[in-house]
Design a binder for this molecule. Structure first.
Ligand code: DHB
Ligand code: FE
Length: 279
């Protein structure tokens, strides 16, 4: 049985990755944000997972509008950083965990979550930035990585409820794994943000705070929230938050909130992070 040692919900803001890559953490613009993620990095160093399962959305990097899997699981042995237009980020390729990933694929599909199996897959900022947020700039990522992509960029995205149920199925799969790996599950994206159009720059901290509160104490009610409410209250890209519900579903019904932070600005969006542990 793999052991879920924690769940992390975090934004995956590309500018944060660039700030880390360019050693700008002490710049006046960035210092307040990096001060706030210090405790998260300390927690991660203590948690020291063998495997991170990173739930994120590919932003038309590995996939494109030619192929839009609703849920896709990366089973590759190596996951290189994607070229998102400026060349790949200068971060290490991640080592995958093919054996566990194939077990998850089998368990999830036989549990009636028909996800797409991806043998070759570059990972974009949705996956690499959360790793950088939690680990900084290591020579090699200290954990193996299993990417789990959710389509939230092309309508129709899966519902929050479906994502929460997927997380529960992921947990059943981890419970059935014969190994004893320590696992951290990441749900990434959000928080409130809209990157284009008239409402670009929208930040709704009241929504973000209520989302985090309900994620911890009442995920079932958060899972019932419909897309229109995310988009109205949290902007067009606020829908990325449904991916945090996959992480939450993979955790026990009762969790302990270890850490939370929210910081604006890190771009023109709301950047949040939460760490959950089981009691
Ligand atoms: C930003 C956030 C995202 O989730 C993303 O995919 C791209 C950009 C941002 O905050 O700038
Ligand atoms: Fe995003």
């Amino acid at each position: 049985m793999a052991r879920v040692v924690g769940g992390v919900g975090t934004s995956h803001v590309p500018a944060v990755g660039a700030a880390i890559d360019h050693d700008e953490a002490t710049d006046p613009y960035w210092a307040p944000y990096f001060d706030k993620i210090g405790p998260a990095r300390d927690w991660m160093a203590d948690a020291d997972p063998d495997v991170c399962i990173v739930v994120y959305n590919d932003h038309a990097s590995a996939f494109s509008l030619q192929l839009i899997p609703t849920f896709a699981l990366g089973v590759a042995a190596e996951l290189p950083p994607a070229d998102e237009g400026y060349g790949p980020r200068g971060v290490p390729a991640a080592d995958g965990h093919p054996e566990l990933a194939w077990h998850l694929a089998e368990s999830l599909i036989l549990d009636e979550f028909d996800l797409t199996i991806v043998n070759e897959m570059p990972i974009d900022h949705g996956c690499t930035v959360p790793l950088s947020v939690m680990y900084g700039r290591p020579e090699a990522w200290p954990c193996r990585v299993i990417p789990l992509c959710v389509n939230v960029i092309q309508y129709p995205a899966p519902t929050g409820h479906r994502c929460h149920q997927l997380g529960k199925a992921l947990r059943r799969a981890l419970d059935a794994w014969p190994g004893d790996e320590r696992v951290v599950v990441f749900g990434t994206g959000g928080m409130s943000h809209q990157l284009q159009g008239e409402r670009a720059g929208l930040v709704n901290l009241a929504f973000d705070t209520a989302f985090m509160d309900r994620l911890v104490t009442d995920p079932e009610s958060q899972a019932a929230v419909r897309h229109t409410e995310y988009i109205r209250e949290a902007g067009s890209e606020g829908i990325e938050l449904v991916m945090w519900l996959v992480m939450r579903g993979a955790m026990a019904p009762e969790v302990h909130e270890v850490y939370r932070m929210n910081h604006v600005p890190t771009s023109n969006t709301s950047n949040g992070l939460i760490i959950l542990e089981e009691r």
